[in-house]
Design a protein around this ligand. Structure first.
Ligand code: GDP
Length: 481
């Protein structure tokens, strides 16, 4: 009896243990329902407390979001220029402006979402030119895209020197009521005064402000863990600090059908049937004006890393091809990069020579765009599809400093092997380092203690609190572990 009974495939939990709500049309956003079939089971689960907070955030987004009466009133106040900006209707807003490459923008979005939850604000993201073509709406029954008729004129030009910038407001000791909105400038190179916002106890100052506009180009979430006002809440949301982006991204970031089609077609064609998948993300930073070209020492670095970590077999020449009696083990290598030369070289190596262990190695690269472009939907869609594909591999080698690599890694819950300084020709040893955790690095964190707020006394915040460390690839960056 037992031997003949068919064992049913365990049903996959599409909604990820309550992280996602049912009720969003599957046709309009297939990735939301299908990604579970392409990914490994979640290695970190959302806590009931986080799930409760997500439901509250969704309710807030629906109650106060675009198209509602409270939104109309709040934007009317902004338009009219009234300067007492205390929150009405219990609806505060966080508007995210982000730019730079897609990796940077994704990290900024996940961080802004966490900040919106910590401060009970509605998150609205400026769509730039391409965001609507990249991601589905995350919140059922409302939109997270900043309406095109957002009334704050010139908001895209806001910069550190704006009178409304947090640094200026707090240095002048002003009250919130002097301004229609407050502008938070948290780029990686923001002036120390602007970084004081990491230490804002929102119960005292920012919480009274109805509109907060934030500009960020990276993963600022680790900095929130330095603020005593948020520590308890963050501990309840994420008892394991090493999976903040991993869990938030599963909730928030669902590629549109166009992007999802690119992901699944590539995966099904080239990666699915392999016994093992290895991702190699090649990102080479050139100074402005320098024509990107292949760099042999980077290829050497990649091969030294995959050898050191036993990720790829070596090759042997002049051996007769063995008769294959049973199917040989297969390894699919997914390479991403702007340049195709690294991929071509490794593929040719396994074509011209045999792998030393008999493994069948295939090497694939979805695109080679040559240069980074801005504001082009198809270019960004390819980049997003590739970050997703990287996240579906079993092991991953990444290039230090690259937010593209951070996203590919953390989306997949993978602990990467980082080529720490891929462009440094002198120091090649070791070629790569196993990361401490899957979390992205925060490249421009606060450099002071919130309890002291001494912005001129620069310290390394990488060992102030448990679970925050200096990044492997950037000594002044911090990451959650
Ligand atoms: P970072 O500059 O490495 O931190 O990553 P970003 O994603 O923020 O910016 C790099 C941008 O260059 C990407 O968004 C893409 O537009 C482009 N790019 C860089 N590497 C790749 C790649 O491997 N594949 C594709 N399709 N685009 C890439």
């Amino acid at each position: 009896e037992l031997g003949t009974r068919r064992v049913a495939e365990p049903k996959k939990d599409v909604l990820l243990g309550g992280l996602l709500l049912p009720g969003i049309d599957e046709q309009s956003c297939a990735s939301r329902y299908q990604s579970v079939h392409y990914r490994k089971n979640m290695t970190r689960s959302p806590t009931p407390y986080l799930i409760k907070r997500l439901r509250e955030q969704e309710a807030l987004q629906r109650r106060c979001g675009p198209g509602t009466e409270p939104y109309r009133r709040a934007s009317e106040r902004l338009r009219s220029g009234q300067k007492f900006a205390d929150t009405i209707d219990g609806c505060g807003y966080l508007v995210l402006l982000s730019y730079q490459g897609l990796g940077n923008r994704i990290l900024a979005m996940a961080s802004a979402f966490l900040y919106a939850m910590l401060t009970n604000r509605v998150l609205l993201v400026d769509r730039g030119k391409t965001l609507g073509d990249l991601f589905c709406e995350p919140f059922p029954g409302t939109t997270w895209l900043l309406p095109l008729d957002f009334p704050l004129r010139g908001y895209n030009d806001l910069g550190e020197s704006a009178a409304e910038s947090y640094g200026n407001v707090s240095l002048r000791g002003e009250t919130a009521s002097k301004h229609r909105f407050v502008y938070i400038h948290l780029e990686h190179d923001a002036a120390p005064a602007n970084r004081l916002v990491y230490c804002d106890d929102h119960r005292e100052f920012l919480h009274r402000v109805q509109w907060v506009v934030m500009r960020s180009d990276g993963y600022i979430a680790p900095g929130f863990f330095l603020n005593p006002a948020y520590q308890e809440e963050l501990r309840k949301m994420f008892p394991r600090r090493d999976s903040v982006f991993y869990i938030l991204s599963r909730y928030l970031l669902h590629p549109t059908n166009d992007v999802w089609g690119m992901v699944t077609r590539f995966y099904d064609a080239y990666l699915k049937d392999a016994d093992e998948r290895l991702g190699i993300q090649v990102r080479v930073f050139f100074d402005a004006g320098v024509q990107p070209r292949p760099l042999p020492h980077i290829l050497e670095r990649i091969l030294a890393c995959t050898k050191q970590e036993n990720l790829l077999p070596g090759v042997v020449n002049n051996v007769p091809s063995p008769m294959k009696t049973k199917k040989a083990r297969s390894k699919a290598v997914l390479m991403t990069g702007l340049n195709t030369w690294y991929h071509d070289s490794i593929r040719e190596m396994y074509w011209r020579s045999a792998s030393a262990d008999g493994e069948v190695v295939s090497v694939h690269q979805p695109s080679h765009e040559g240069l980074q472009h801005f504001f082009r939907s198809v270019h960004d869609q390819k980049a997003l599809a590739e970050m997703y594909l990287l996240s579906m591999t079993d092991k991953i080698v990444t290039s230090g400093w690259s937010t593209f690599g951070y996203v590919g890694t953390a989306l997949g819950g993978l602990t990467p092997y980082i080529m720490v300084k891929p462009d440094n020709q002198e120091s090649t040893d070791p070629p790569c380092t196993r990361a401490m955790s899957m979390e992205p690095c925060s490249q421009g964190p606060p450099y002071f203690e919130c309890t002291k707020k001494q912005i001129d006394n620069i310290i390394n915040t990488g060992n102030l609190v448990p679970h925050l460390r200096s990044c492997e690839d950037m000594s002044w960056g911090i990451k959650l572990t």
